[in-house]
Design a binder for this molecule. Structure first.
Ligand code: C5P
Ligand code: MG
Length: 191
């Protein structure tokens, strides 16, 4: 298996690149943000709970997010690997992911961070908000809050995997194809 965490601030291109990587490397893309939006769209109890956090740009509680992620992984056991997009976002989520993969005699092989500066992120997200239908992309104060949450709660996940010798950073600014080529080079070394 090849298990990859695609990491970086909101708007750094994780979803865009994950979609391209799964085609090339035959992996399963798991986006916890997409899973939440699906639940919200169907007004499920999980979706209704998540919505109150997501619309403020806050994190959904770890227990909820971890449970949802575990379900998704356990219902797709026979894949050649996973790309985790938007998860883990906290240290407890990282510990839970490591434990879940260890149960399957597996592990996270690499965390790749897409490095993008704040101003670029804000302008990308405001642009995306014109078409994404996401309320959390429409309001600059919510976007700024998501960036603050990223810095305080999510950025430590990089150090968590760096300590395990698994984290790398690549430049997340440039054309989609250029960034995809940088990523593919890294993933090829794992496959
Ligand atoms: O990953 P994405 O940016 O699509 O996530 C959208 C929102 O979903 C986040 O801003 C956050 O409110 C919520 N989320 C979360 N925990 C995760 C992933 C997403 O709380 N691990
Ligand atoms: Mg995304």
């Amino acid at each position: 298996m090849v298990n990859l965490i695609l990491f970086g601030p909101p708007g750094s291109g994780k979803g865009t690149q994950a979609k391209k990587l799964v085609e090339k490397f035959d992996l399963l893309h798991i986006s916890t943000g997409d899973l939440f939006r699906y639940e919200m769209g169907n007004n499920t109890p999980l979706g209704l709970e998540a919505k109150s956090y997501i619309e403020k740009g806050e994190l959904v509680p770890d227990s909820v997010t971890i449970g949802m992620l575990r379900n998704k992984v356990e219902s797709n056991p026979n894949v050649s690997g996973y790309i985790f997009d938007g998860f883990p976002r906290t240290i407890p989520q990282s510990e839970a992911l490591d434990a879940l993969l260890a149960e399957k005699q597996n592990t996270v092989h690499r965390l790749i961070m897409l490095d993008v500066q704040d101003d670029e992120i804000v302008s990308r997200l405001l642009e995306r908000g014109k078409t994404s239908g996401r309320k959390d992309d429409l309001d600059e104060s919510i976007i700024r809050n998501r960036i603050d949450v990223y810095k305080s709660e999510t950025a430590p996940v990089f150090a968590f995997y760096d300590t395990q010798g698994k984290a790398i950073k690549i430049n997340g600014v440039g054309s989609i194809e250029d960034i995809f080529n940088r990523l593919s080079e890294e993933v090829s070394q794992l496959a």
